[in-house]
Structure formats: structure tokens, C-alpha cells
Design a protein around this ligand. Structure first.
Ligand code: S3P
Length: 452
């Protein structure tokens, strides 16, 4: 996303500049020198180089040095100078949501690079307590130690806690995850900084104990793909506000842009960038699967959760022809119906190329993905989710349904037979699979939302 963000900022702020990506091999020192010699005026540094570059810089600011990680390099006469805009980025995200960590109890989940940035942000912004929870307690303790060192060497030295931002009596603790529910205080602010819940682990979460979430007032999951993690979902279900890390990504970029170009990016432009990135990340969603797998009910709910439009190929065909699916089959046969379905799917794809604004969720009839041409068009139109259900569950769901022309006669054995024939094609057609057997519509829709 960074080239998109910076490209947009250069353009809108009328500054001549270009943001490119440079792979850097194991030899960080040589890589940095090469980029300096190229004449670059700045760099972002990302995982796994955020700490490794520090020895080769002309200097860093105090907070980056205390954290031991930089993400932004600024060209100086004697080399690159390192700062860390992740901290400022997270701070601005918190502000943007209308909250503040000042005087608050804060909880950091995880002890990697992102957790360090979050912990130091809380320290500098005047949290009253910061508790770092991690499986590996030594890593959490190291962050606490580094925060103490920061207080000793900078905050105290400044002899002015107000300027440093640090609360004089801030409580710092490192604890194992197992204590998270007991120790967290009511009204806390949490920062989810572990990689649990990241692709493809969407349904995992660091803890699912409601007692923990009930104690939170507000939380940020530093992840931004998926858009809504299970952690965020649990926060919301238990009454806490929750956001993902997309704004942090944008704000860290804005801070780097400001440092490189010595400008201030107006708030309205930051909002525009956010909308641009959000819409770039959004994809249409196509739900495929057998009759009774939940395509329409889950599709409608998913479209509400995502704020997308909702369409369904069967309903579109019925509207175009002015006849029910049953009547089309009876009067014109299955081949005719398949032709209509193919034409419609091609047309939807073509229209999606000019699509502006809202994305859509599209449910396709159970036989649509049997056509290779349809599969190709659908994959180009958006993310195809196969809603999987077993024959037993489908039979129950369709028990009282008389609108399925392909299931006339012995419904139960027709379901079994057709599903057996089709299952492999459904799996091939789906970019991902959601098993709807155990889920309510709401649960399946939420699973879908997390994967997009
Ligand atoms: C069909 C499924 C139906 C409909 C038509 C054919 C199929 O859609 O398109 O009856 O071949 O599986 P739903 O899956 O939405 O019921």
C-alpha cells in the first residue's frame, strides 16, 4: 500500500517525487550504501530490517534508539538518519478515534516490534499503567526494561515529565498471557500486537475469554488484513470499541512524508488517502456452493456487514425473464437457463470493470461454477468463497423447499448424488472455503467478513 499512499500524497500536494520499492539482500550495510549513493532522499524500512539497519545510520532520535527499531530514514550529509513513525502513527490513530491513553491503564498483547512501538507510544502519551503480556515472558520483560531505561535516560534527564509525556508514577509490568483476564483492569485500552489472527489464521485469537474483553473500553488490533479480526469481533461483542491498524499504516506514512518533505499533510487529505486505500483493498465477493449452503442468507448479511450492495444471479434471471426458475426450466429446459446464467455472469464481470464506489456481494446459483467460462469470469470479478455444507445439513435446510427444479422426485438421493458430482468443482472454484455446517447465518457472515 505504501507506493499508493505516497504516490497519492505527492500528487495531491504538488510535490515532485516518487516512492519505489527496493528489495535489500542480507547485506544491509551494502544495501543502504547503494541506496544512499543513488541519491534517495529517504527510505522506509520494514520487517525484518527495522533493527538491523541501526548500526549503519548516521544517528537516530532518542525514542527510536530506545525502542531499537526504525522505520523511516532521512537523508543527511553523512548518511541516513533513522526515526520511528510507527509510534506517531499509532498515536494519531488513537487520537483520530477520539480516545487518548493519557491517564489510562493500557494492555499490550505481544512483545515483538509492533508491541514495542505500542508500549512506547503509551509511555510517551502518559498512560498510567502499561502491562505487556506475552507467551515468552523474557521478551515482555525486555520491553519493560527498555521503557525503564528510556525513563532514566531521557524522561528524567529532561527533568520535566510534562515535556517527555511520561507519567511520573507510571506502572510497568510484564506478564504471561495466562494472566490476561485476571490482571487487566476495568476500562483498559488494549493493543493487539501479536500475529495471531493474521492470514490464514483468521479465526484464531489470543484469548476468547469474555472476562478479558468485558474489561476493555477500547482496543486497536494492529493488523489491517483481515479488516475485522476475531479479536476485534470479541471486543465489540463484549461492549468495547475496536479498530484495525489501517489508520496507523496511513498515519505512519503521513509522518514519514512530512519528515521527508518538510510539510504538514492536511487532515482532509489524510482522510482522502484513507478512503483511497480502503477502496483499493475492497474486493467484490462471490458466494458459490450447493443449493441450501446459505448463499443468499449469508450473502445478504455479509453485504450489510461490509456495506456492500447485494445481488443474486437467480433473482436477476427471474427479473429479466419475468418467470420463476422452475418455469424457465419447465418451459425452456436447463440448457437455456445455463445460457442465460453465462451471459449474465459475463455481463456482471464487464460491468465490474467500470465499477466505482460500492463493491458487491454476489450469490450465484448452485450450478453456475460448473461452467469453466463462469469460473474464469467470477474469479476476475472478485473473491470467490465456496460455502460448503454437507448433504445431511442441505437435506434438512431444503426439506420444505419446492423451488428446486433439479431436486424433483427423490430429493434426498438427488442432493447426495449431485453434491458428490460437484464437490471437487466447488473446491476448485473457491478462492477460499467457509464450512457453514456448524454456523448460524451470523457466524458464517462474520467468518466471511474476516477473510476479505
Ligand atoms: C441450481 C441452483 C439454483 C438455481 C437453479 C440451478 C443448481 O440456485 O440456479 O435451480 O444447478 O444447483 P441456488 O443454488 O441459489 O438454489
Amino acid at each position: 500500500m505504501s507506493p499508493l499512499i505516497h504516490g497519492y500524497l505527492y500528487d495531491k500536494m504538488n510535490i515532485e517525487g516518487k516512492y519505489d520499492l527496493y528489495p535489500i539482500k542480507d547485506d544491509v550495510k551494502a544495501g543502504l550504501k547503494e541506496l544512499y549513493d543513488k541519491g534517495l532522499s529517504g527510505l522506509n524500512v520494514t520487517v525484518p530490517h527495522k533493527s538491523a539497519v541501526i548500526p549503519y545510520l548516521s544517528g537516530t532520535d532518542e525514542i527510536a534508539l530506545s525502542i531499537g527499531a526504525v522505520n523511516t530514514l532521512i537523508r543527511k550529509n553523512d548518511g541516513f538518519y533513522g526515526i520511528n513513525t510507527d509510534i506517531e502513527g499509532l498515536k494519531r490513530e488513537v487520537e483520530d478515534t477520539g480516545h487518548s491513553v493519557k491517564g489510562m491503564d493500557t494492555v499490550i498483547l505481544g512483545a515483538g516490534g509492533a508491541a514495542r512501538a505500542a508500549a512506547f507510544m503509551c509511555l510517551r502519551e502518559g498512560a498510567s499503567s502499561i502491562t505487556v503480556f506475552n507467551r515468552n515472558i523474557q521478551k515482555a520483560e525486555k520491553i519493560v526494561e527498555d521503557m525503564r531505561e528510556y525513563i532514566r535516560s531521557y524522561a528524567l534527564k529532561a527533568q520535566d515529565y510534562e515535556r517527555s509525556g511520561v507519567q511520573p508514577d507510571v506502572i510497568l509490568k510484564a506478564l504471561p498471557f495466562s494472566e490476561v483476564s485476571n490482571v487487566t483492569k476495568n476500562g483498559s485500552i488494549a493493543f493487539q500486537c501479536t500475529s495471531v489472527g493474521l492470514k490464514p489464521d483468521y479465526d484464531s485469537v489470543i484469548t476468547d475469554d469474555p472476562a478479558f474483553y468485558q474489561k476493555l473500553k477500547f482496543a486497536i488490533d494492529l493488523v489491517y488484513v483481515p479488516k475485522t479480526t476475531r479479536f476485534m469481533q470479541l471486543c465489540r461483542e463484549n461492549g468495547a470499541e475496536a479498530y484495525n491498524g489501517l489508520k496507523m499504516l496511513i498515519f505512519q506514512a503521513v509522518c514519514a512524508f512530512e519528515a521527508w518533505n518538510d510539510v504538514e499533510v492536511p487532515k482532509d487529505l489524510v482522510r482522502e488517502v484513507y478512503e483511497k486505500v480502503e477502496s483499493t483493498m475492497r474486493r467484490n465477493v462471490i458466494l458459490a456452493g450447493f443449493m441450501g449452503s446459505g448463499k443468499s442468507s449469508v450473502g445478504k448479511r455479509l453485504s450489510e456487514l461490509l456495506d456492500y450492495e447485494y445481488y443474486d444471479t437467480d433473482s436477476m434471471i427471474v427479473a429479466n425473464e419475468g418467470k420463476s426458475i422452475n418455469r424457465i426450466f419447465e418451459e425452456s429446459g436447463e440448457a437455456f437457463f445455463r445460457k442465460l446464467e453465462e451471459e449474465l455472469i459475463e455481463d456482471i464481470y464487464k460491468r465490474s470493470l467500470e465499477q466505482k464506489g460500492k463493491r458487491f456481494v454476489l450469490s450465484v446459483g448452485g450450478g453456475a461454477v460448473l461452467s469453466e467460462k463462469n469460473r474464469e469470469y467470477l474469479k476476475k470479478t472478485g473473491l470467490v468463497i465456496y460455502l460448503k455444507a454437507s448433504a445431511g445439513v442441505i437435506k434438512k435446510r431444503l426439506e420444505n423447499d419446492a423451488n428446486r427444479p433439479l431436486l424433483k422426485g427423490d430429493k434426498a438421493s438427488k442432493i447426495e448424488e449431485l453434491l458428490k458430482q460437484r464437490e471437487a468443482v466447488y473446491e476448485e472454484a473457491g478462492d477460499l472455503i467457509i464450512d457453514t455446517d456448524p454456523d448460524t447465518v451470523e457466524e458464517a457472515a462474520l467468518k466471511g467478513e474476516r477473510r476479505i
